[in-house]
Design a binder for this molecule. Structure first.
Ligand SMILES: Cc1ncc(COP(=O)(O)O)c(C=O)c1O
Length: 368
């Protein structure tokens, strides 16, 4: 495997140092949860090897409201990141073919590249409102296609895919004997009516998710993958056992405690993101030098600077970071031009978001 570091991780705030990032508009999550909110009797926890599938009660909790899936279909992993790695390395070999709906989360592209398999891209465009074109996917399928990969709600645009479209892609995958990976790490950050877990809708869909984004718990490294396919599940479990056997029992217990009470946390989380969503929309209405397809799910959006031809984007980001202490996710994190930027509106407080957005406008004054 020819591993290469991903630019999004090299430039991540935790790598730069959070103290240098005053206005943090880079994150695709709500802000980190403080442990004080979680009651845990650590002395009563047995620090044994845990169940290799993951804590049974946690697995049940994740799928409790859904048809067609139960705890036996859920494998707990170390964050969504390791679930994505398990999926890619289980399903793809050098001679296989993958279709990536791009932009996508970086590791959904970099791990397959490290494997050395062939990759075709279905590129979403601003002009098409970042909507997925099923016919485009169909036209890219080959006899050795093993996997189709997308994020939903979409990273970095916040687009929502209709259930009908998702099922069409899942059917397409089934017809061609391959799987559809749906990285739905932002599912619970959807402001509208919550849609079902992808894997509950179709046997071809593999769902990956975690507690990192919606609950602000990335530090405990708890994620999961879900599939109805028992043979595939067995392979995923074998991969997990070969990489890390089981999760930390402390992490699993924290995730379990937190998810058990999610109904008390979610309204606060949703109120916060709904207020910030409103602030974002008010800003973009007045910032005429930028344009944006309004995000419908998750806490990210992907606006772009209009008339960027004569703009020095390197200078723009350097000024934004150093003069205005404001950070966003530059387009190149997502293999897109630098005049696109991901703005995360779930992490900052409403005041920080307003300031951060104002700083983007001030930086445009400096650089346009
Ligand atoms: C779409 C998406 N998937 C997966 C991940 C990995 O998240 P984690 O491993 O913390 O669950 C991220 C993190 O940014 C993400 O944005």
């Amino acid at each position: 495997m020819d591993y290469k570091r991903m630019i999004i991780e090299v430039e991540a705030p935790e790598q730069i140092g959070y103290e240098k990032v005053k206005y943090n508009l880079t994150e695709s999550s709500i802000s980190d949860t403080v442990f004080g909110d979680i009651k845990l009797d650590i002395n009563s926890l047995k620090l044994c090897y845990g169940d290799h599938l993951g804590k049974a009660e946690l697995r049940s909790l994740i799928v409790t409201e859904f048809k067609n899936i139960n705890a036996e279909n859920v494998l707990i992993t170390a964050g969504a990141a390791s679930a994505l790695f398990i999926v890619a390395t289980t399903l793809l070999e050098k001679e296989d073919h993958l279709i990536v709906i791009r932009p996508n989360y970086a590791s959904n592209i970099e791990t397959p590249r490290a494997i050395g398999c062939e990759i075709s891209y279905c590129d979403l465009s601003f002009e098409s409102r970042f909507e997925i074109n099923v016919e485009d996917i169909r036209s890219q399928i080959k006899s050795n296609t093993k996997l189709i990969s997308l994020t939903h709600p979409h990273n970095p645009t916040g687009m929502i895919i209709s259930q009908d479209t998702l099922l069409q892609i899942a059917e397409l995958a089934a017809e061609h004997n391959c799987f559809l990976l749906v990285d739905e790490t932002y599912r619970e950050l959807h402001l509208g009516e919550m849609y079902p877990i992808g894997a509950s809708l179709h046997p071809s869909i593999i769902t990956v998710s975690s507690v990192s984004k919606a609950y602000g718990l990335p530090g405990i490294r708890i994620g999961w993958l879900i599939t109805q396919n028992t043979m595939l599940f067995e392979k995923f479990l074998a991969a997990k056992e070969q990489i890390f056997l089981c999760n930390s029992v402390i992490d699993e217990e924290i995730a379990f405690q937190y998810l058990s009470k999610k109904e008390t946390y979610l309204p606060f989380i949703k109120n916060h993101i709904s207020a910030n969503h409103k602030t974002l929309l008010e800003w973009i209405k007045t910032e005429t030098r930028m344009e944006m397809i309004l995000p419908e799910g998750g806490v990210v959006c992907f606006p772009r600077i209009k008339n960027d031809e004569n703009m020095d984007m390197k200078k723009f980001y350097t000024t934004l970071n150093s003069k205005y202490e404001t950070f966003v996710g530059p387009g190149y994190w997502f293999e897109m031009p630098a005049h696109y930027m991901r703005i995360g509106f779930g992490w900052p407080s409403n005041k920080e978001l307003s300031e951060g957005l104002k700083n983007i406008s001030l930086c445009l004054d400096d650089c346009c």
